[in-house]
Design a protein around this ligand. Structure first.
Ligand SMILES: Nc1nc2c(ncn2[C@@H]2O[C@H](COP(=O)(O)OP(=O)(O)OP(=O)(O)O)[C@@H](O)[C@H]2O)c(=O)[nH]1
Length: 448
């Protein structure tokens, strides 16, 4: 930028005239001018410094490798992502841990609501109403109130009414938690169990909300605790570790309600419903976290990777005896192969480094050890031996074939047999994958 010291002395320099001290400059004016010039130089130097840093950042960004984890549902993407986090960014897992409190609390509050819903259904005395299929699937008659005397029934009703009242804060909390986890999207039950389906990014959202201090607690009011805190504008960040008001309130409610929850669980009516298997709480407590569109080719048409991208495609080889929930005629291995075909042939991804994880090999091993026969599900497997090596080689050959048929760029396919639950083995594979990616880029850089 501007170099004041040398310019003064250079004859013919257009800046020299501008920067020359004015005629008759007093000592005081000279001091001011020198101060201004020093300040201008300081600013100029700091701009130069920023530009140099920007250049470095830009270069580094160009060297970064973007990694895409792709594969059908339940193939192990999230598990592998956790292994990456454990290896390269363990702090991010610690931050994420906080967000799991919402999930755990939701999984406690949700079944309480469901118990009351089922009680209401049977309380109507109409077993053929239009309540959920699951509740009626195994219904063999009304619960035991029918066998109780009138007094007992009214006592039981009173107890339940009182419990409902005492547990009402927890029921409100459940709605707030559900709101938070679904990002305000109404809960759309994928099944009659009423599971909450959460879009990807819920953890970030949960963290963000807690960071920006959730003003809308489930009571709908600012708590005294919150009122006592100085308000911050929405764009001011919050330090992690600052208390999440909603979560703290739910924790208090759960603590206060613990005996009522136990009482509800042990109540004659609820026990009877449990015994007749109408209340399968272990299923209701499940909260599912999904990546939207994971089974949709748009998931990869949205990404526009540059030359420095790598794809890890996860194919669960243990899934040979499973079928898609949304299409029970499609074998999951077959589905995985179709997805892999799309990825190999996708023009946007054609320059990405390609790595295939034949995952869940431990599950495959145990299925084979338990005598599950591959040819029963994959007829083309024929009379090949039903052992691990033969099965894995058979599946690997199919994936390799798909890759060969869709490989106009002559890229290499790196294949690994994985069990991504196994931390040590997976981390060694990750290192291996990282090295192979860098080898390829170094090679292509040398060629360029
Ligand atoms: N035994 C075993 N379990 C695995 C392996 N990989 C994943 N799992 C389990 O399989 C289930 C699904 O794994 P996720 O990592 O959630 O799969 P995902 O691909 O992210 O699933 P979606 O979110 O549905 O797309 C989890 O219960 C994992 O613990 C593996 O190699 N071996």
């Amino acid at each position: 930028m501007i170099r004041t010291s040398s310019i003064h002395s250079e004859a013919g320099d257009p800046f020299a005239a501008i920067l020359r001290p004015p005629d008759g400059e007093t000592d005081y004016d000279r001091q001011l001018r020198l101060k201004r010039e020093a300040e201008a130089k300081r600013i100029s130097d700091s701009i130069d410094d920023e530009l140099r840093k920007d250049e470095k950042r830009y270069k580094k960004r160009k060297e970064d490798v973007k990694l895409l984890l792709l594969g059908q549902a339940e193939s192990g993407k999230s598990t592998l992502q956790k292994q990456f986090q454990l290896m390269y960014s363990p702090n991010s897992l610690e931050e994420e841990r906080l967000s799991w409190r919402s999930v755990i609390y939701y999984n406690i509050a949700r079944p309480v609501r469901r118990i009351f819903e089922v009680i209401d259904t049977y309380g109507d005395g109409d077993s053929d109403d239009d309540s959920t299929a699951e509740e009626h699937q195994e219904h063999k008659g009304p619960p035991s109130e029918s066998s109780l005397s009138g007094d007992q029934v009214s006592n039981s009703d009173k107890q339940l009414a009182s419990l409902r009242l005492r547990l009402s804060p927890l029921l409100s909390a459940e709605s707030s938690l559900s709101d938070r986890l679904s990002g305000g999207t109404p809960v759309s039950g994928g099944t009659s169990k009423g599971n909450l389906f959460v879009r990807s990014g819920w953890q970030a959202r949960a963290l963000l909300k807690s960071k920006f201090r959730d003003r809308s607690s489930f009571t709908g009011q600012r708590s005294s605790l919150e009122n006592a805190m100085p308000r911050k504008s929405e764009d001011s960040g919050m330090v992690i570790g600052e208390k999440d008001q909603l979560i703290e309130e739910v924790a208090n409610i759960l603590y206060a309600c613990q005996d009522d929850i136990k009482e509800l669980w042990d109540h004659t009516t609820v026990r009877s419903l449990r015994e007749t298997r109408k209340l399968r709480l272990e299923e209701w407590a499940e909260l599912w976290v999904i990546l939207p569109g994971q089974h949709n080719s748009s998931v990869f048409s949205r990404v526009c990777p540059n030359h420095s991208s790598a794809i890890i495609f996860m194919a669960p080889v243990s899934a040979f005896d499973q079928y898609l929930e949304e299409d029970p005629r499609t074998n999951r291995i077959d589905d995985s192969l179709q997805l892999f075909t799309h990825i190999c042939s996708n023009q946007l991804l054609k320059n990405a480094h390609l790595v295939l994880f034949l995952n869940k090999t431990d599950v495959l091993l145990s299925k084979l050890a338990n005598g599950v026969n591959v040819k029963k599900y994959i007829t083309s497997y024929g009379e090949r031996p039903n052992d691990f090596d033969s099965v894995v080689n058979y599946f690997r050959a199919h994936f390799t074939q798909v890759h060969k048929r869709n490989n106009e760029n002559q890229r290499v396919l790196y294949t690994h047999l994985t069990n991504v639950v196994d931390k040590r083995a997976t981390q060694s594979i990750i290192t291996n994958v990282r090295d192979s990616i860098f080898r390829v880029y170094l090679k292509s850089a040398a060629l360029v």
